[in-house]
Design a protein around this ligand. Structure first.
Ligand code: WT7
Length: 641
């Protein structure tokens, strides 16, 4: 048989695994940096600090650490305490005046077809200049800077420049709406917002500046808005507040080198908002030192990046995937990274495959929703292209259906590229449950915890569940890229992640572990819905609905959707004087879209007279979900009806 299917591999495994298993081919094993992953894993488990110290030694530090892990104030873990560094020193500074300065750091293609490339030298120059600009705008170490931009090189430059001067960036995904942006600017108290006139998506302009104008009206902290010219349509520039990026970069103040700020390993690098169980999105805090070590180690070992690779992480820099594995990780690994601005199917469903061919992409990392979306156009689109440059594939964001996995493996990877299904979260910062190229794969399973990571599946009481039995996924040892806290809300950090099972980190996911020790992620156990891999809180959708004058009460749930994974279905009780109609349903869908962003627009609105609630008044979304799918309602003893 060609490629990897059911090929025995004596190097990596000495036992027969259960179920459908794809073993790595001898070529994959030959190429792999780590051949005996079990040995590395055992070592890391035995000597956690030793493992991470070794990974950290591969990076540069202004001053080395006194202690690898300080767990004296659990669950506020600290890593590499006493160390001085700046992630930018390792992403850019250390390569200057070495051969690497001439290597491509970034190859970027715009949706209309324009191309820009940056060498490590060139990227460093731009980052220095923009860092000078930010400093001139009064941005200081510790200040938060909001970035709301399309997928263009300047978003990378803005993030790196902010980190360089010790500021804390808060990137808000460019698909979010006015309210979402405003809430995040407000909470972070940013004085500077960086945006663009617009971005290209599906042949149309996404008008980011307009959204910023609306949001900033209600944000008293904002003094300066920096605008990148991308789409060149007319935008309103407010004198004394709004400045063109290109004008600022031409000023004498932008010239020359900017000193990289010396940071403590535990100083914050960025905050990133994500949806949780309660209404308001919360910001997780990531730091310079441990985060840098975690993403460097995982990217290097899981995707085995080599000098000749061309790495494409097809996420948006606005999500953690982009932060860790578009912006910082590839630069730490000294890799060449590819970024594309637009939609995968614009102008035709072969856009991605033509990019893989044209730019010789060797590792492609994307989400199940994208794979399913492209799969639906059939094999002829990818088959028209030479995809032989690919050697590894990756998946992230939600469980990948075995069907989609196999299509990806066969049609895109031509039966020779192992699929790295990486389970992780905004909070974890780095891959947590993931194979490396030599680990035998089971389609639909993210396989095993990364080196030094320990995961468990436990029942309500915290006892490990038997093999193949569903339970709560928890992490039992700290890791360097872990979130340090929730921004401005340390109590919530403790409550949400460390209280259900003291000493164990609660992921919010349910999972099973099979007898081979492989993890199968099932989905969220909390009130989080994953739409096309995007994380949305039911409470946020419900608040948006209730903010409409016709709605008295609302409940949102996620139901299975062929492409999106899950789609939002909302149930609304109307206020007196309003009656159900298809027009009102449409109006409510749009209303949520305007409030939260198009991704949150419910698939379907159902008008109801009452909602299933517990006697204490909590909406039982679980019951709604079961009813919608014609499934048994489970334990309804607490139901009020
Ligand atoms: C949630 C975290 C981490 C990058 C993007 C998402 C789900 C993520 C997988 C995977 C099954 C996955 C989980 C997790 N998830 N990766 N490989 N298999 N589920 O980050 O928005 O913080 O979402 O995404 O439910 O808890 P996020």
């Amino acid at each position: 048989m060609e490629g990897g299917l059911k090929l025995k591999n004596p190097v990596a495994v000495n036992q027969e695994l259960e179920g459908e298993v794809f073993y790595p081919s001898p070529e994959v094993v030959k190429e792999a940096r780590i051949k005996d992953w079990k040995a590395v894993d055992e070592l890391a488990v035995r000597d956690l600090e030793g493992f991470w110290a070794k990974e950290a030694e591969e990076l540069d530090w202004y001053r080395k650490w006194d202690k690898v892990l300080d767990d004296s104030q659990k669950p506020f873990f600290k890593w590499f305490t006493g160390a001085k560094t700046n992630i930018i020193h390792n992403c850019l500074d250390r390569y200057q005046k070495t051969a690497r300065q001439n290597k491509l750091a970034l190859i970027w293609v715009g949706e209309p077809g324009d191309v820009r490339t940056y060498s490590y030298f060139g990227l460093n120059r731009e980052v220095n200049q923009f860092a000078n600009v930010l400093k001139a705008m009064g941005v200081k170490k510790g200040d938060r800077v909001t970035i709301y931009m399309p997928r263009i090189p300047e978003i990378v430059i803005a993030m790196l420049a902010s980190a360089k001067i010790g500021a804390v960036h808060s990137v808000v995904y460019g698909g979010f709406s006015v309210d979402a942006l405003q809430g995040r600017i407000d909470d972070s108290e940013s004085r500077v917002v960086i945006t663009a006139d617009g971005g290209w998506m599906n042949g149309k302009v996404v008008e980011l500046k307009k959204t910023v104008d609306e949001a900033v009206k209600r944000c008293p902290t904002v003094e300066t808005v920096i605008v990148v010219k991308r789409t060149r349509q007319d935008v309103k520039m407010e004198a004394g507040r709004d400045y063109w990026y290109s004008d600022l970069m031409k000023l004498p103040i932008a010239n020359g080198k900017c000193q990289t700020e010396v940071m403590d390993a535990e100083d914050p690098l960025y905050i990133l908002y994500t949806s949780g169980t309660t209404g308001k999105p919360k910001a997780v805090v990531h730091v310079h030192g441990g985060y840098m070590v975690g993403i460097y180690s995982t990217l290097k070992n899981v995707f085995d990046l080599q000098d000749q690779d061309r790495w494409w992480c097809a996420a948006d820099p606005g999500w953690v995937t982009g932060h860790s594995y578009i912006v910082y990780g590839p630069l730490l690994a000294g890799a060449t990274s590819f970024m594309y601005e637009g939609a995968p199917t614009y102008p035709y469903p072969n856009r991605w495959w033509s990019l893989v061919e044209k730019y010789g992409i060797s590792v492609l990392y994307t989400a199940p929703t994208a794979i399913r979306g492209l799969m639906r156009f059939g094999e002829s689109w990818p088959n028209r292209h030479d995809l032989s440059s690919l050697r590894l594939l990756g998946s992230v964001g939600e469980p990948i259906n075995p069907e989609a996995w196999k299509w990806y493996y066969r049609v895109i990877g031509k039966d020779k590229c192992p699929v790295m299904d990486t389970w992780w979260q905004t909070e974890t910062g780095m891959f947590m449950v993931t194979p490396t190229p030599v680990v035998p794969l089971k389609p639909g399973s993210a396989t095993r915890p990364y080196f030094g990571i320990e995961a468990e599946v436990v029942d309500e009481q915290g006892n490990p569940t038997p093999d193949d039995q569903e339970g709560y996924l928890v992490l039992t040892r700290p890791w360097p890229a872990m979130l340090r806290t929730i921004y401005k809300d340390p109590d919530r950090y403790v409550r949400q992640y460390w209280s259900k099972y003291p000493g164990k980190y609660l992921t919010g996911d349910s999972a099973k572990r099979d007898k081979d020790g492989y993890f199968w992620i099932i989905g969220r156990t909390d009130d989080v819905i994953k739409v096309s891999g995007y994380r949305l809180g039911t409470a946020e959708v419900e608040s948006a609905l209730v903010s409409h004058p016709a709605v008295a009460e609302a409940a949102a749930i996620g139901l299975p959707h062929e492409i999106k994974g899950q789609a939002i279905h909302a149930y609304c009780i109307l206020r007196a004087g309003h009656s159900p109609s298809p027009e009102l349903a449409e109006e409510l869908r749009q209303h949520v879209g305007t409030h939260m962003g198009p991704i949150a627009r419910p698939e379907q609105i159902t008008f109801v007279d009452k909602l299933p609630k517990t006697r204490s008044g909590k909406i039982m979304r679980r019951v709604l979900k079961a009813r919608a799918q014609g499934l048994p309602e489970g334990d309804v003893t607490t139901l009020e009806e």
